[in-house]
Each structure stands twice: as C-alpha cells, then as structure tokens.
Design a protein around this ligand. Structure first.
Ligand SMILES: *Cc1c(COP(=O)(O)O)cnc(C)c1O
Length: 366
C-alpha cells in the first residue's frame, strides 16, 4: 500500500547523498578488494572515534554483534544474562544462540528502558551479564546499571542498535559497557544499504577476540585458534557507512527538531515514551501511548499515514520463549506498553506540514 505519509522514506536522504554513494560504489568496484579491506579499516577507526572508544569491529549484523560480544566474554551454557522484556527479539536471541539463558526484567513506564531497580532481584550465582537496551534512541540509567554490575561482578553489554550518537551524562552510548553492540540495519540512525553491525570496546583483549571470532576464529590466514564464524561487515557496506557517518550528527539534530515539532503539536495528555529530554537522546523513534492504540493506528492508516508498533509482543510472551515458563502478568509494564505504544513517522527530510497533519488526525481521534 502506498501511504501519503510513510513511516520511513529514504527518498530525501538519497537525494542529498545519492551521488556520493554512487561515487563510493564506483571506487569500491574498481578497488578489487571486497572483504576485510581498507574501507572497513577506515570505517572502524572512524566509528570508534565517533563512539569515543579505542576499538570498533565491524560485523555482519546487530544480532551477531551481541552474540560475538557474549562469546568474547566467554558466556555460554549454564550462564544467565539479564535483559529487558521489552526490546527487539535479537537481544534475547543472541543470548540463546550462545547457549545461555535470557532472564527478563520489566521496564520503566516512562521510557521503556530496563528498570534498574528490578535487576538485583533476579541476579543469581549463574548471572554473568546485563544487556541494557537504549530503547528508541534514549540512554538507560547507566550509572545505576554500572553500579549494580560492579557490585555483583557482572559484565555490561550495551545494546546500542537504536541509539548511535546518544549520550548518557556526557559519555556516548556504546562506550560505557565492557563491550557493546550496535546495528547498521537500514532503518537505524546509522543505517547501511543492507545488513551490518559493530562492536565497540576499550578492551584490547576483547577487541582481538571479536576480530578472530568474526573471521573463522583466525587472526592469521589458515591458522585457526578457535571455532569461529563468518560474521564480517562487508567492505561495500563499510564504504557506504563511512559516507553516512559524516551526516549522522546532522541528521540526529534534524530528528530532534522533528521530535520537537511533534511535541509542539501534540497535547500533554498524549503520553510520549522516552527517557528524559529530547536533547539527551537521538530520537530514533517518536513513540506515543494510547489506550485505544489499534483503532488509532487503523484510523491513521485510512488517512494515509503509516505507523508501526515497537513492539507488539514483549519477549517473555513470544512463542519462541514459551519454554522459559514466563506468563502473562510477569512484566506488567512491558505488557501494557506493548498494547499502547505507537511509533509515528520520523525520518530526515520529513516536513513540518506532514507532522502537523499526523498530529491533527491524532488529536481529532483522541
Ligand atoms: C535492530 C536491533 C537489533 C538487531 O540488529 P540487526 O542488525 O537487525 O540484527 C538488536 N537490538 C535492537 C534493540 C535493535 O533495535
């Protein structure tokens, strides 16, 4: 279906940097080096600098970034990893893929981020790590989470897939945990033209470990120290990401301005889901809550406006995790948010007129 106002539209971005991306492809094509080349190396340096960490390692997706982070820390069968019940499924899948058990925690009503006051209650002798997810582009309470982790000897792995460029008390998200993961899936704030992800860390041993794991467990060609994977970031995607990284802050500001416009038109009575002020995050998504969400979404659709739901089923109630034995009512806030959240159109190039129209329709329905 063709929407008058789509949830996301790359047309404007492609207008702005299409030529640069085409030139990048042309250079890439004739450089004769398609895997683990110079572009990846440059991108890793630039993304590390951007994230204010010593190392960034490009990998094939956000999911593999979380999975390889867990593996680099030696987390596996018999171990437990704490994460929010309200996130994209990949956060939990990575824990399952290494053979560990995901242990869910409810989220904060105001932000949808993991509720740090509920973490200590689920820590056991098997707990090895906490994965805070900076939901919708806004940082979790990293001071509290770091304190809890230090107190119990746990690792922290930030899931920074939605928050590239955000800060938490002056520190970049993705620079605070022991080892951190992000995604360059096209709709993320820093999106490739395909799949991609990265790990960021200040720990040189973990960085080396991940570099080996993503490339068949090898640090020297045809010598394999461990059972590794093929989980590299493509040279072509790295080249495109180098172009897009230059615009990330600029587009981040634009997203903030668009979020401010929504704030201006939507009344206080319509609740927005986010942590703190718009200025502290990167407004990956603009999410409202509505107790008649499904009707509101259908109504917006009839008016030609596309919205999405992030996320309609909390992880503990997903069929894939039925075996863990969680039930309805275990995480009431995650469950309520999953019934009430609605993500409104937000992307660089969206106009104030269109935002105004979306808001008028919401207000009329309200
Ligand atoms: C997108 C996303 C991921 C997964 O990234 P992929 O690159 O799609 O594998 C993980 N966690 C969160 C919070 C995400 O939004």
């Amino acid at each position: 279906m063709q929407y008058e106002i789509p949830f996301l539209d790359f047309t404007e971005i492609n207008k702005r940097i299409g030529k640069e991306l085409e030139d990048t492809f042309h250079s890439f094509l004739y450089a004769n080096n398609y895997i683990l080349g110079d572009q990846l190396e440059y991108f890793e340096k630039e993304y590390a600098m951007y994230t204010q960490v010593a190392y960034s390692i490009g990998v094939s997706s956000g999911l593999s970034a979380i999975e390889l982070s867990l593996r680099a820390l030696g987390i596996g069968p018999e171990d437990e990893v704490i994460l929010p019940a309200f996130t994209f499924i990949a956060t939990a899948l990575a824990v399952s893929h290494v053979g560990a058990k995901p242990v869910f925690v409810d989220v904060e009503e105001e932000s949808g981020c993991i509720d740090s006051t509920k973490i200590e209650a689920v820590i056991t002798t098997k707990t090895k790590a906490i994965i805070p997810v900076h939901l919708y582009g806004f940082a979790c309470d990293m001071d509290a989470i770091t304190r809890i982790a230090e107190g119990h000897g746990l690792y922290v792995i930030e899931d920074n897939a939605q928050a590239q460029g955000a800060t938490c008390k002056g520190k970049r998200t993705g620079s605070i945990g022991h080892i951190n993961a992000t995604s360059f899936y096209p709709v993320k704030n820093l999106g490739a033209l395909g799949d991609g992800g990265a790990i960021t860390t200040n720990d040189d041993t973990l960085a080396e470990k991940v570099k080996s794991l993503r490339n068949y467990g090898s640090s020297e060609k045809y010598r394999h120290q461990e059972i590794g994977f093929n989980a590299r970031l493509d040279e072509l995607q790295a080249a495109f990401l180098r172009v897009k990284l230059k615009y990330l802050d600029h587009w981040g500001l634009e997203r903030q301005q668009l979020a401010n416009i929504y704030d201006k038109y939507l009344p206080e009575t319509i609740h927005k889901v986010r942590k703190g002020n718009v200025a502290d995050g990167v407004s990956h998504l603009y999410v409202i809550r509505h107790n008649d969400r499904d009707h509101l979404q259908a109504h917006l659709k009839r008016e030609g406006i596309q919205t999405l739901i992030h996320y309609p089923i909390p992880i503990h109630l997903q069929e894939a995790y039925h075996f863990l034995g969680y039930k309805n009512g275990d995480f009431p806030i995650a469950e309520r948010l999953s019934k009430e959240v609605l993500s409104l159109p937000l992307y660089p190039g969206l106009s104030e007129d269109k935002i105004q129209r979306v808001c008028e329709i919401i207000i009329a329905h309200h």
